[in-house]
Design a protein around this ligand. Structure first.
Ligand code: SAM
Ligand code: SF4
Length: 361
């Protein structure tokens, strides 16, 4: 495992380290980008595989998934997470592809949980395997669950995910609540012409079961490159539908400054409804996120066209100070290269080559 003593020596900024230009030794300011944004969150993709095929993410047809030996092992992920946490990335989110298709992903959670520098571990799932896995995930120390649920209608679920399974997702949500997850958030992607009739039932369902709900705008990260701006059902439009059904939404205090969502409360009903509007109202100004893909590439934005390889250092060098320094430097480079915003709305916007399931949403 990680050579912790070596890294902590480095983080204490010895003069030797400063001479060596060790990124863990160059400042106490954490990972701050050229725009002053401090980075504290790391999204870790554990697989590019998935048990469904949402059209806004994956292709319908045959897919060449990453060969297993290209994917980071749990030990490798934990090593990178340890270095990341020493750099200030103390909030982790496990994602994919579908993280629950990776064997015993709770083993990874338990391993990460032992790292005292990591303050929060969350996981995003489509919920299909949650009924079986909610308990071991909770026992392993997972703090929070985000469950993707775009519709409560089976036929719409099938149109979106090209698979059956809404009942399994709903069973998964019930199991997660029974396992003691008390901060469950539902993520609903809004698509014009498809999910308008789901807005009110989803809000009713979430509020009625004490869960938060966030509506997300469709971003140009679908594998089939079918995204068109006309399909984006904006947060403002969804909000109008909610207000017509439930009354005025009142601004809720932000739980963390960097949160991508703007959350609201209802006047006479407990719960929160939020909007993540990356297309109509980009929130890049408060971004504190980096990403690690399943095969060990750091990305500084969902829409980044550059990646910083950490796998080559994990696999080419012996564990120890040099390896930790090299990996830490990759994080530093990624943060230094961060752009002000994703630029979806710019005429020069270039889609990344990878789609959502290959990046980690
Ligand atoms: N498989 C898990 C799931 O679906 O929750 C985790 C990975 S998935 C890529 C993470 C989130 O990304 C999901 O909430 C999904 O709805 C969202 N997502 C996928 N493609 C998207 C797109 N093109 N635009 C916006 N959100 C997207
Ligand atoms: Fe799978 Fe999640 Fe992508 Fe849907 S959004 S295809 S569940 S990875």
């Amino acid at each position: 495992m990680a050579d912790c003593s070596t890294i902590s020596k480095n983080s204490e900024k010895s003069s030797e380290d400063r001479r060596a230009g060790h990124p863990l030794a160059t400042g106490t300011d954490g990972l701050r980008d050229p725009f002053g944004r401090l980075h504290e969150s790391l999204r870790i993709s554990v697989t590019d595989r998935c048990n469904i095929r949402c059209f806004y993410c994956m292709p319908a047809g045959p897919i060449s998934f990453l060969p297993r030996d290209e994917i980071l092992s749990y030990e490798e992920i934990a090593r990178v997470a340890d270095i990341a946490a020493r750099l200030g990335l103390r909030k982790l989110r496990i994602t994919g592809g579908e993280p629950l298709v990776r064997a015993e992903v709770w083993e990874l959670i338990a391993r990460l949980r032992k790292n005292r520098r990591i303050e929060e571990i969350a996981l995003t799932t489509n919920g299909m395997l949650l009924a079986e896995q909610a308990e071991p995930l909770r026992r392993a120390g997972l703090d929070r669950l985000n469950i993707s649920l775009d519709t409560l209608r089976e036929e719409v679920f099938e149109r979106i995910s090209r698979r059956k399974g809404l009942d399994r997702v709903l069973e998964g949500i019930t199991a997660a609540r029974a396992a003691g997850f008390d901060r469950i958030r539902l993520n609903a992607l809004s698509i014009r012409g498809l999910t308008e009739d789901d807005i009110v039932p989803l809000a009713d369902y979430a509020l009625g079961h004490g869960m938060e709900l966030r509506f997300i705008e469709f971003m140009p990260l679908d594998a089939e490159e079918g995204w068109a701006s006309e399909q984006v059902l904006s947060g403002a439009e969804v909000r109008r539908v909610i207000e017509a059904a439930f009354g005025a939404l009142l601004p809720a205090p932000r739980s963390v400054a960097s949160q991508p969502a703007v959350d609201y409360m209802l006047k006479d009903r407990p719960g929160r409804i939020g909007f993540i509007n990356p297309v109509s109202a980009p929130f890049c100004g408060a971004c504190d996120r980096l990403r690690l893909t399943a095969e060990g590439q750091i990305r500084n934005c969902l829409f980044s066209t550059t990646e910083w390889d950490v796998r080559k250092f994990l696999r080419m060098q012996d564990e120890g100070a040099e390896q930790a320094s090299a990996i830490a430097r990759q994080f530093t480079h990624a943060v230094e290269a961060k752009k002000a915003g994703h630029g979806i709305d710019s005429p020069d916007f270039l889609r990344p080559e990878r789609s959502m399931y290959q990046i980690g949403g």
